[in-house]
Design a protein around this ligand. Structure first.
Ligand code: GDP
Ligand code: MG
Length: 186
């Protein structure tokens, strides 16, 4: 059994997609074990989007290869791209209230990432949350000087799931209960 952190980002809340997004996880048999609406401070956002060099480089690399595939050359280093996007993300995630959730289930971390879809909605499978509700690309968002509006954040791996859940929730805010259909689902 795993737990993972999901955030419904400002675009998901603004577009009144909170219910549909949560239903996607519930319908897959995953269980909401913690949930709150938060207007995050810059400090909280900085903790969530940690100043981690590996993550900054991976974001930078992904952005560069997508740009190059479209014939766009980027002059910044991978690290600079990552830092620029982190700073946009911290502004964005603190711009309106958001919903934080801890979701539990077998293989919850991978299952939630699969239901959420790839980072750029334009490339995401249309059966995923990002692919179904948006068509944004990295280039479109970059031109607007803001993060890709892709509705949802989901933890990438077990280490980050644990780290991120502890940023948004205290132990007392995470509940252990049984869903009525649990014996049928699991
Ligand atoms: P995720 O795990 O799929 O959310 O993607 P990452 O961890 O790589 O990036 C975090 C968030 O940064 C993404 O969900 C996007 O909102 C944003 N982002 C990532 N890459 C880019 C980019 O190249 N340009 C812009 N504008 N935003 C980006
Ligand atoms: Mg990520």
């Amino acid at each position: 059994m795993e737990k993972t952190l999901v955030i419904i980002k400002p675009d998901g809340v603004q577009r009144a997609l909170i219910g549909k997004i949560i239903s996607t996880f519930e319908d897959a048999g995953l269980k909401v074990v913690a949930m709150k609406m938060v207007w995050a401070t810059k400090e909280l956002a900085a903790k969530h989007y940690a100043n981690d060099e590996d993550w900054l480089l991976s974001v930078g690399k992904k952005t560069r290869s997508s740009a190059e595939a479209k014939g766009i050359r980027m002059d910044e280093t991978d690290l600079q791209i990552g830092q620029r996007i982190r700073s946009w993300l911290m502004d964005y995630i603190t711009s309106t209230p958001i919903i934080a959730l801890a979701i539990e289930g077998p293989e919850a971390i991978t299952a939630v990432r699969k239901l959420v879809g790839s980072t750029a909605p334009a490339k995401a499978d249309p059966s995923t949350i990002r692919g179904k509700y948006s068509t944004e690309s990295y280039e479109y968002a970059d031109a607007k000087k803001r993060p890709v509006k892709n509705l949802v954040h989901a933890s990438e791996d077990a280490k980050n799931a644990e780290r991120e859940i502890s940023i948004w929730f205290t132990k007392k805010e995470i509940f252990d209960y049984k869903r009525a259909d649990e014996d049928a689902v699991r």
